[in-house]
Write a protein that binds this ligand. Structure first.
Ligand code: WQD
Length: 344
């Protein structure tokens, strides 16, 4: 069985679909701090498969122990964590507690039950403002906010744990910019309140929830002056986790992989792509740069291509089309979540 923490989240739910579709057994946990039970329900609907779900935090070691004693867990995919750059600046302690201490609690219980296979959800944000692109796993790391720092600190903790006991197999996945949704439109990105990220904001303008997109800066050193990012379809990202599970089971030791397409797109290119698939006009205005933003960021994914035999396959138009399909089918995202009567 694979324990999936943060399983109700955007990337977690899409990864659960791919695991179940590959006939891998999962146990799912989530505290719904940034997700809805609806997504767990819909993962079961998409796959037609049942699995045990527990509403809980990774900080609840008693419940974690219960899960490891009740289920034969062979590996853990750890998504649970807060991920807003701006919120981490105003409330760093919340981020260090949940993202770092939560991971330490999880590792302690894994060690106690001799489960030493872990995939950690990291982020390209650990590269900070890259000196050159494309970014490889050997590129210099350098964080610029507490969220990114929490990810980098966990990466270093996990490296130390592997170095202290080589029985640990640990894969760090550095995600670039995940967007899009499952082709059924049953699961997708469901930000609470005003979306921080570009794509859900563009999508809400397209459907009429929001008036226009604020394009943060058009004076970057890029083709059209707007920020360039490596957008990757969330399903391609999810499949990267499947390949990483296979890698773990080869006793791979400590590995780091960029999960990106290797292709950057500017804000204006994303808006144009979204207008094409939605057939909606998307108004925007140029605003000052957002603090902490970088100009260009895209991956060199060759290590994952070779070592995981994983490639991002979907292009920007398909990412936008699937995001729009999710938006149209779920104008207000998941309904407010119902409290799940967990098994525990
Ligand atoms: C993309 C581009 C903005 C919103 C962040 C985190 C990263 C990961 C993904 C968690 C930039 C521009 C955005 C808007 C805009 N999250 N933009 N108007 O900042 O690259 O990455 O989210 O893992 O860790 O750092 O993503 O979607 O916020 O921004 O012009 O309303 O769109 O300036 O160029 P980002 P983003």
């Amino acid at each position: 069985m694979i324990l999936v923490t943060g399983a109700a989240g955007y990337i977690g739910s899409h990864t659960c679909v791919e695991l179940l579709n590959s006939d891998l057994g999962i146990v799912a946990i989530d505290d719904f701090s940034n997700s809805s039970f609806q997504s767990i329900d819909r993962v079961q609907k998409i796959t037609g498969k049942k699995f045990d779900f527990y509403e809980m935090s990774v900080m609840d070691t008693e419940k974690l122990e219960m899960i490891f004693s009740r289920h034969n867990i062979q590996a853990v995919i750890h998504f649970a964590g807060y991920k807003s750059v701006s919120e981490s600046v105003t409330n760093p302690l919340k981020y260090y507690q949940n993202n770092i201490t939560g991971t330490l609690f999880l590792i302690e219980v894994m060690k106690k039950y001799n489960v030493k296979n872990l995939i950690f959800s990291s982020s390209a944000t650990v590269y900070g403002n890259p000196t050159n692109v494309p970014i490889s796993e050997n590129s210099k790391v350098g964080v610029t906010n507490p969220y990114g720092r929490s990810k980098l600190i966990v990466e270093e903790i996990l490296r130390d744990i592997h170095n202290s006991d080589n029985d640990w197999n640990i894969v760090l996945l550095r995600y670039f910019n995940p967007i899009g949704a499952h082709k059924t439109g049953e699961i997708g990105e469901d930000p609470k309140g005003r979306p921080n990220n570009l794509l859900p904001y563009v999508s809400q303008v397209a459907i009429g929830i929001r008036e226009k997109v604020s394009v943060f800066g058009n004076d970057y050193d890029t083709t059209d002056g707007t920020g360039v990012r490596d957008y990757i379809h969330v399903v391609d990202l999810a499949k990267g986790h499947l390949k990483s599970i296979e890698k773990l089971y080869t006793q791979c030791g400590f590995k780091i992989y960029n999960l990106g397409t290797g292709q950057g797109y500017s804000v204006l290119e994303v808006i144009q792509a979204f207008e094409k698939v939605s057939n909606r006009k998307i108004d925007y205005t140029f605003e000052p740069r957002r603090s902490g933003d970088i100009g260009i960021c895209y991956a060199d994914p060759s290590r994952a291509n070779v070592e995981l035999k994983w490639y991002a396959e979907k292009k920007l138009d398909e990412m936008c089309r699937d995001a729009w399909n999710w938006q149209v089918k779920n104008p207000d995202g998941y309904k407010s979540h119902s409290v799940y009567e967990g098994i525990l």
